[in-house]
Design a protein around this ligand. Structure first.
Ligand code: ATP
Ligand code: SF4
Ligand code: MG
Length: 308
């Protein structure tokens, strides 16, 4: 399999101040996260708000530097490279940011935004018009500003910006977030057409497991900065293993209420919400392990010999 992108054992902790700016606390956005993106195998990353999806997207592009761990592009360790040396990589692996309104400069025309996304020696007006028409926008939209467009159109511009320089991989962070149902369907169709026509590989980030099941081949499930399960779509669909993945499928199946009395234990990250917790779950953090072929889970329910 042809590997494009890989990260290994990535951890990232943010220090945040409280409301008054006096007390500081640490937030673990990513804990020992490893993923691999192979050419033509779209990878879904799913998890609820705050699970670390956007941080992972930004670390993959090295827009956020990890505290530890490494990022590899085509098997070359690029973690320590400075921004000037990452230009080639960032043209080949592009990101669609989570909020297209915030990520588009309100003072730039669409043409200027797209021009900045294409390496300077290659840029020409035709490329900008092509990127617009490939995303279903009239070419004269290049003269518009973001506020002169609908939410769906802005998302198309964000997609045009990602594909304009002819990348091989696109990390799409909630590309249908904040869109109504009809626009969401249209954007998904657009992304599907682009991957087929341009040979793109997607890392598709969303809180909606049902979307990635339709769009991707493999799925990574994240909870509080940790990968708790990873498998093929069929494995995650037909035999989800982790209690959290089961909640994502069917929120009413088991309780999803976090029990505050369990929040300070050092064990499993899912402890406070898990109806199956055992003694060992309070004391140890389960490790992500292969349960069956290429189906990984981090949960003591699948390490029977260790249960106490
Ligand atoms: N720049 C930052 N400074 C401080 N904390 C941050 C920063 N970026 C992210 N965090 C924290 O890291 C955790 C993970 O955030 P992240 O944005 O990666 O989650 P997410 O899964 O993308 O959430 P959402 O679905 O809401 O977009 C959160 O607790 C968040 O508050
Ligand atoms: S390790 Fe324990 S607490 Fe964590 S998900 Fe599995 S059973 Fe639940
Ligand atoms: Mg996010």
């Amino acid at each position: 399999m042809e590997e494009i992108l890989r990260c290994e054992k990535i951890s990232k902790v943010f220090v945040v101040k409280d409301f008054l700016g006096i007390n500081r606390r640490k937030v673990t956005a990513l804990n020992n996260v490893s993923i691999r993106v192979n050419k033509g195998i779209d990878l879904g990353v799913v998890g609820e708000s705050g699970s670390g999806k956007t941080t992972l997207a930004k670390v993959l592009l090295l827009l956020v530097r990890p505290d530890s761990g490494s990022v590899y592009y085509r098997n070359n360790d690029i973690t320590g490279l400075g921004d000037s040396k990452l230009v080639f990589f960032r043209n080949k692996v592009r990101i669609i940011f989570q909020n297209p309104y915030k990520s588009l400069n309100p003072r730039s025309t669409i043409e200027k935004t797209l021009r900045e996304a294409i390496p300077s020696r290659r840029v020409n007006p035709e490329m900008i018009e092509t990127a617009l028409t490939q995303t279903g926008l009239p070419s004269d939209y290049k003269n518009r500003y973001p506020h002169q467009m609908s939410g769906g159109e802005r998302q198309r511009v964000a997609i045009a910006r990602a594909i304009a320089g002819n990348p091989e991989c696109v990390v799409a962070d909630e590309p249908t977030g904040n869109l109504d149902a009809t626009t969401e369907v249209n954007i998904l169709k657009l992304l599907d057409g682009l991957r087929k026509n341009l040979g793109l590989t997607f890392v598709f980030i969303t809180h909606n497991l049902k979307i990635v099941v339709d769009f991707c081949e493999r799925i990574v499930v994240m909870y509080q900065g940790n990968i708790v399960e990873e498998g093929s779509v069929e494995q995650i669909l037909k035999s989800p293993l982790h209690p959290y993945t089961k909640i994502l499928w069917n929120p009413s199946s088991i309780t999803s209420i976090r029990e505050e009395k369990y929040k300070d234990f050092d064990g499993c990250v899912f402890l406070a919400r898990c109806p199956y917790r055992k003694k060992i779950c309070f004391e140890h953090h389960p490790v992500l392990k292969e349960k069956e072929k290429k189906h990984l889970v981090s949960c003591f329910l699948y390490e029977q010999e260790k249960m106490v």
